[in-house]
Design a binder for this molecule. Structure first.
Ligand SMILES: *Cc1c(COP(=O)(O)O)cnc(C)c1O
Length: 385
């Protein structure tokens, strides 16, 4: 059976070129990057060269990059680390209703454990953060604003530059979860005015379990993980050398190919959505019509449950998801679609198709042959119709 993977926002397959550069660091170049001997120094050099590639890709210097175990750790580090280091300044932070759980849960943690107050800003029907509300919620004791670059469920891109201006004017740090944007959108932390920025390798065809946090010079942050003097005392723990090497390669290729991939993905998603619209009624595209990740299509199929669609697609070798991989299985409506005020009878039939560079027009055409009959059959059986 054909297998069409359309769940790249959950994780993307590792590129062959990435695998190839990683392999030697498991076998021949197994040194600890902190060791003084040649084996250690070879590993150290590889780590630093990756750090430089990643720093260059986001318009900063390598000293500002701290490697973490992934996007979740980077988000936790940014939020809890800034909260702990700035307690005397205040205990209020601002975030949005549509963040990933890797941001929402650390926010809840500092609320419950450190006595913080958290303001969660809503979004419009396209998933764009309300800037007036954001600015209006700033207080004297606000220390941090955390807003994602691009949403993992619907793909909407936020006005980061405008948010950064508001943060800067008020002397507040801005943290951006850019896990879904790296390798898909141009990110320049200096031009945008970002103070802290989270990344993860496995969302851009790198290995799982490695990510990074950009920390602008001068940002007060308490280390999240304590131990040895790794990462300039900002993150203790023996470095994941193969992971870091793979992360660097993945960023290098994605950055080089960015425009080409973007064009390819726009073409595929357009062909897919237009094709579905030709065959099916009552389809809704969730997210911003233009200001969106070009690989992400979140579509509501009215009158059907998302979970039954996923299972039926799976039988045909088509792999997609309902919203976020982390919350699926819960059958609760997505917090992102709820924040966008998508009515429950529409949001329940929502599927996220997230494409990757390796998908082809043939893949799309296979899906266009298989999906409409499934939807029609399920609608015929639906008590909601
Ligand atoms: C996947 C994802 C994360 C978590 O990253 P991991 O490396 O899987 O821990 C955080 N934020 C967003 C927006 C994501 O899509």
């Amino acid at each position: 059976m054909k297998q069409i993977y359309l769940d790249h926002n959950a994780t993307a397959p590792v590129r062959k070129e990435v695998m190839d550069v990683m392999m030697p660091y498991f076998t021949d170049e197994y040194g600890n990057a902190s060791s003084v001997h040649s084996k250690g120094q070879a590993a150290y050099k590889a780590v630093e060269s990756s750090r430089e590639i990643i720093a260059n890709a986001i318009g900063t210097e390598s000293v500002d990059i701290v490697f973490t175990s992934g996007g979740t750790e980077a988000d936790n580090f940014a939020i809890k680390g800034v909260a702990l280091a700035n307690l005397q300044k205040g205990r209020h932070i601002i975030t949005t209703e549509i963040e990933h759980l890797a941001v929402l849960e650390p926010c809840r943690f500092i609320e419950e454990e450190l006595g913080f107050e958290v303001t969660r800003i809503g979004v419009d029907k396209y998933g764009v953060v309300d800037l007036n509300k954001l600015e209006g919620s700033i207080r004297k004791d606000t220390i941090l604003i955390s807003v994602m670059f691009a949403n993992n469920e619907v793909g909407t891109i936020q006005p980061i530059k405008e948010i950064a201006k508001i943060a800067k004017k008020n002397g507040i740090y801005l943290h951006v979860d850019a896990v879904q944007a790296l390798g898909k959108e141009l990110i320049n932390v200096d031009e945008l005015g970002i103070d802290l920025c989270s990344f993860s390798a496995h969302k851009l065809h790198g290995p799982k379990g490695i990510g990074a946090l950009f920390i602008r010079k001068g940002v007060k942050i308490t280390p999240f993980q304590n131990g040895g003097h790794h990462e300039r005392k900002r993150r203790a723990g023996t470095l994941n050398v193969p992971g870091i090497v793979g992360f660097g390669k993945a960023v290098e290729i994605a950055t080089l190919d960015l425009q080409k991939t973007d064009k390819h993905l726009k073409k595929l998603t357009k062909r897919f959505f237009n094709g579905l619209q030709k065959e099916l009624k009552e389809l809704y595209l969730n997210g911003h019509p233009e200001n969106r990740l070009s690989n992400t299509l979140n579509i509501s199929f009215r009158y059907i449950e998302g979970e039954s669609l996923i299972l039926n697609f799976d039988l045909k070798g088509i792999y997609a998801s309902t919203g976020s991989a982390c919350t699926s299985g819960s059958l609760e409506p997505s917090h992102v679609l709820t924040a966008m005020k998508v009515p429950p009878d529409i949001s329940q039939g929502s599927i996220r198709f997230s494409f990757g560079y390796e998908n082809t027009e043939k893949d799309v055409d296979y899906c266009l042959a298989e999906i409409p009959p499934i939807v029609k059959r399920l609608r015929e059986m639906s008590p909601l119709c």
